[in-house]
Design a protein around this ligand. Structure first.
Ligand SMILES: [Zn+2]
Length: 270
């Protein structure tokens, strides 16, 4: 059996039916997320997939709902979520609305971080594959979607900014930057398990935390890392300190959030 349900995001019916205090804010735009009701909780937890990646499914009221991350490079259009409900395949459609992101011009002192040499390029390719693996993890179920701010400080770079570095166009900004003094403690935003710590070419000293069910957070440019791979953290536990390692113009935390392997705007979780 194949059934298509049309849901138009942005409709107040959809929004009001799904919003729970602990849920992220729905913003059905590139780099945002859509919250879609799938089935009654009397059914087994459905499996949902978007663009081939497994999607976070959580209980809400008496329903199962999907939290779907929308990639920044999505063209505004009708998109499809595939669900498997007790062996029955279904499709749910949602409309992605346009969003304009501003351009940010930055001057990076170390030009190798903008125009990498051959050795660095090789390293970058390997690290991109690693980051893809880390952000696509789907383990168990989501522990919590209620986040705290990882560090106090001024927002110094919004998610989604189109970036011109030393006059060259580069990837748009995949997280939120918070300016803070070197050494300021960084807290984990929700309970989870550390799945990677290390030093990456662009991110510098970095920690990845798996919050279960396809929800991942990442903390970059750290001065110090205080946790180990595999460590289980409670919300607010310190994982490291703010720094400027990797490609950074000054001391700040770069914080990213991923759903279904897609970087989305962390501000939607605050
Ligand atoms: Zn950043």
């Amino acid at each position: 059996m194949f059934r298509a349900i049309q849901l138009f995001a942005g409709s107040t019916l959809l929004a009001s039916a799904c919003v729970v205090q602990a849920f992220p804010t729905q913003q059905v735009v590139p780099g945002g997320l859509v919250i879609l009701p799938l089935a009654s909780q009397e059914e087994h937890r459905p499996m949902a997939y978007y663009a081939g990646a497994r999607v976070t499914v959580v209980p809400e009221g008496d329903s199962w709902v999907a939290l779907v991350g929308i990639p920044l490079d999505t063209e505004p259009s009708l998109q499809q979520l595939k669900i498997n409900l007790g062996g029955v395949q279904q499709t749910i459609s949602f409309e992605v609305q346009p969003k304009h992101y501003r351009t940010q011009y930055l001057r990076i002192k170390d030009n190798n971080k903008v125009e990498p040499d051959d050795d660095s390029s090789e390293r970058i390719v390997q690290e991109m594959a690693l980051q893809k693996r880390l952000t696509k993890q789907y383990t168990g179920e989501v522990l919590s979607t209620e986040f705290i701010r990882p560090v106090a400080g001024r927002d110094s770079g919004r998610f989604g900014l189109r970036r011109i570095l030393n006059g060259q166009q580069r990837q748009p900004h995949s997280g939120m930057d918070i300016a803070a003094a070197t050494g300021t403690p960084v807290k984990v935003v929700a309970p989870g398990r550390v799945i990677y710590t290390g030093n990456l070419f662009f991110s510098g000293n970095v920690v990845y935390v798996d919050h279960g069910g396809g929800l991942i957070s990442m903390y970059a440019h750290l001065n110090q890392i205080k946790v180990k791979n595999g460590e289980v953290l409670g919300q607010g536990d310190y994982l490291g300190a703010v720094g400027s390692t990797g490609r950074a113009t000054g001391s700040h935390l770069h914080w990213s959030v991923y759903l279904n392997g897609t970087a989305i705007n962390p501000a939607l979780f605050l």
